[in-house]
Design a protein around this ligand. Structure first.
Ligand SMILES: O=C(O)CCC(=O)C(=O)O
Ligand SMILES: [Fe+2]
Length: 288
């Protein structure tokens, strides 16, 4: 599964070890040196049979989709955060608290700072995705446009169907095997690590006629955490004053990212009519 495995550099920083858990700790294998991308061998699986039934029900009963709070009409992709929504929560994963700390500890080593203190409340969202040929425009090869995720990292469970691609270097897209469980670093990791971790740009290509299901667990710092480089050392990159002054908290950042995402997917108008891409706006906010 992991082709180009890079071992994270071991640094002399105190990283909180993940708590002892009964399940075997997953192995985290880093796949990319330029963006922080890893594959993990988790026992946890997303129950794609149940997820497919849920989406089949929604496709047959479009009126129920409105209950789920988020639809993506332009590309015919239905996505929703189901972690706290009882009507759509199939309790699909084994308890994420068993493996999230291990992954956080691996990302901490790459980041050169202990990220665990900023992640005490398990601020997570779970999104189910159905890239469905019957609802998407038949000629479209775009399942999910290129973007970076907002949180510390996202764990992507796939149903075995390929389509997910990572931008290895600008403009060079590398397909991820459809059966890999992938961890991608997001913007909060970039900021907290002082720029030592890069966010992984990714996208999903559709094969017309082929259905693909995925389940994504977004792991982010606690909502009240101020997003600025942690630790004493000089940031590896220069950040905006907003970031260095600790003026941006996770909740606000998540809101901005969410608005951009809904705009990109066709669900929300941006008030001032500007059409900056999600990445441009975030880069301006983070780097100044
Ligand atoms: O469907 C996938 O594999 C990825 C989806 C994704 O990147 C996202 O929802 O942020
Ligand atoms: Fe994503």
């Amino acid at each position: 599964m992991a082709t180009n495995i890079l071992k994270p550099q071991t640094q002399a920083i105190p990283i909180t070890p993940p708590p002892e858990v009964s399940a075997e700790a997953p192995t985290v294998s880093f796949l990319s040196s330029t963006s922080t991308t890893a594959s993990v061998d988790l026992d946890a699986k997303a129950p794609f049979h149940a997820i497919q039934s849920l989406f089949d029900h929604l496709n047959a009963h479009p009126e129920d989709i409105s209950k789920l709070n988020a639809t993506y009409p332009r590309r015919g992709v239905i996505k929703t955060a189901a972690l706290h929504k009882t009507e759509s929560d199939h309790r699909p994963l084994t308890n994420p608290t068993q493996y999230v700390p291990t992954i956080l500890s691996s990302v901490s080593i790459l980041a050169g700072v202990d990220l665990s203190t900023a992640h005490s409340s398990y601020n997570m969202n779970y999104r189910l995705c159905d890239y469905n040929p019957y609802t998407a425009a038949p000629e479209s090869s775009n399942g999910c446009g290129e973007h970076t995720d907002y949180g510390t990292f996202s764990i992507i469970f796939q149903d075995g169907t390929s389509g997910l691609e990572i931008e290895e270097t600008p403009g060079v897209w590398v397909p991820v095997p459809g059966d890999a469980i992938v961890v991608l670093a997001g913007w909060c990791a970039v900021i907290l690590s002082g720029g030592r971790v890069a966010a992984a740009r990714h996208r999903v290509r559709r094969t017309p006629g082929v259905r693909r299901l995925s389940a994504v667990l977004f792991v982010a710092p606690d909502l009240e955490v101020k997003l600025k480089p942690l630790g004493e050392s000089q940031p590896a990159k220069a950040f905006s004053e907003t970031i260095m002054n600790g003026e941006l908290d996770v909740e606000t950042f998540k809101d901005v990212m969410g608005k951009r995402w809904r705009y990109r997917e066709g669900n929300e108008e941006i008030e001032n009519g500007k059409s900056l891409s999600q990445d441009n706006e975030i880069e301006n906010m983070v780097w100044g």
